[in-house]
Design a protein around this ligand. Structure first.
Ligand code: SF4
Length: 60
């Protein structure tokens, strides 16, 4: 199973990842995105990661 991470030093808090896949990404009170699940049956996580404007989402 791939390991999904958000680099909090890069994330600008745009919220796009949570909009695209709320199963995996959640915006928290500090304004940054966090990974709350490692997988999603509905969304293509590679595409979600590619849409991050600052390429903060890594899938390994
Ligand atoms: S899409 Fe990227 S910059 Fe925007 S909230 Fe998600 S991780 Fe942060």
């Amino acid at each position: 199973m791939p390991k999904i991470t958000v680099d909090s030093s890069l994330c600008v808090g745009c919220g796009l990842c949570e909009t695209n896949c709320p199963e995996v990404f959640k915006m928290k009170d500090d304004g940054l995105a966090y990974v709350i699940s490692e997988s999603c049956k509905t969304h293509n996580l590679k595409e979600v990661s590619e849409q991050c404007p600052v390429t903060a989402i890594k899938i390994e």
